[in-house]
Design a protein around this ligand. Structure first.
Ligand code: ADP
Ligand code: MG
Length: 322
């Protein structure tokens, strides 16, 4: 029913930034090399995400917008071996339950298709010209869930949350060229040339990026790489530590603490490094299915990973001092 759809949607789509995150993750899963995100009025009026990925065939559109339908996993076994960012099949259905959605898409360079959804129902589908890839426009977010609207913070805060999530996705995917605009003003542009230091320069600052130290370490189960700030470049909160687990931006208190321990005694009280740390591991070791937003994860062998992070970072700092 419409009500159960709206309730389920609330778990995945809390705010405009959640829409941006889910649509971008779909674009990443679709193998895109370019993703463009535009929004107006903090995302409440309009959010558009356009990619050059695989596209959706016209006979797959209904399925894409159906709850719990995903093209990404086939069996329960796959659920413990997740290689894509999406797998719950909830995002498009959830967004369509609380907004007006238009999709224009073309797959395999076939003639394109356009469809319109509102309040969870498809209103229209027709042939329409489209470049290879997918463009999804989300308008009037939360038009039918006033309680959700009230819970949102100031326009400025919601914009910062959108910028923050796109920053993290871009840092996680230096091979993809991201462009983010708000009312036609460019807020972020990365070039997709696989240069993390360059992307950090664009997102944070050139001075900071140039001074960052390279991280590189492995154990039989984990490989970590990335960049961490010079101990003189610190921040007063932990928001500038970006953890990427097989390309997924995640929050994890223990891993963040392990990074901090690598810096032990080198930062003053309540100072934190700026870091982008990629962790590669067998997907079997991660349980992503902990929370609908997929930002919390449970890890097997977490202690081994914590030790690797702490050790690698403290070694790099020692080298840097010689
Ligand atoms: P999930 O990502 O968990 O599978 P979604 O609701 O986010 O669920 O998307 C449903 C399906 O729609 C995906 O499994 C995928 O097949 C298709 N899809 C969504 N967005 C795109 C896109 N940008 N490009 C290609 N296919 C897409
Ligand atoms: Mg998805």
């Amino acid at each position: 029913t419409e009500l159960t759809n709206q309730i389920a949607a609330g778990e995945v789509i809390e705010r405009p930034a959640s829409v941006v995150k889910e649509l971008c993750e779909n674009s990443i899963d679709a193998g895109s090399t370019r993703i463009r995100i535009d929004f107006e009025n903090a995302g409440l009026q309009k959010i558009t995400v356009q990619d050059n990925g695989s596209g959706i065939a016209s006979d797959q559109i209904d399925l894409a917008f159906m709850r719990h339908a995903t093209s990404k996993i086939n069996s329960e076994r796959d659920l413990f071996n997740i290689g894509t960012l999406g797998f719950r099949g909830e995002a498009l259905a959830s967004i369509a339950a609380v907004a007006h959605v238009e999709i224009v898409t073309s797959s395999n360079n076939q003639g394109g298709v356009r469809a319109v959804f509102a309040g969870g129902e498809k209103k229209l589908q027709e042939d329409a010209p489209s470049p290879q890839g997918t463009k999804i426009s989300v308008a009037d977010l939360f038009f039918n869930t006033p309680a959700r609207l009230k819970y949102l913070r100031s326009e400025r805060t919601e914009i910062l949350k959108i910028v923050d999530i796109v920053d993290r996705l871009a840092l996680g995917h230096p091979e993809i060229a991201f462009t983010l605009t708000n009312n036609n003003k460019i807020l972020l542009k990365t070039n997709g040339r696989k240069n993390l230091r360059q992307d950090i320069a664009n997102i944070y600052s050139r001075h900071l990026a140039e001074r960052m130290l390279e991280i590189d370490g492995t154990t039989p189960d984990f490989k970590i790489s990335g960049l961490i700030s010079d101990p003189d470049d610190t921040r007063s909160n932990r928001n500038f530590i970006t953890l990427l687990l097989n390309g997924r931006y995640v929050h994890n208190y223990n891993l963040t603490q392990a990074i901090m321990s690598g810096y032990a005694n080198k930062l003053g009280p309540r100072r934190y490094p700026i870091a982008v740390i990629k962790i590669e591991l067998d997907p079997v070791l991660v349980d992503v299915n902990v929370h609908p937003t997929k930002q919390e994860v449970r890890l097997s062998k977490e202690k081994e990973l914590e030790r690797l992070l702490t050790q690698t970072i403290s070694d790099v700092l020692l080298d840097g001092q010689q």
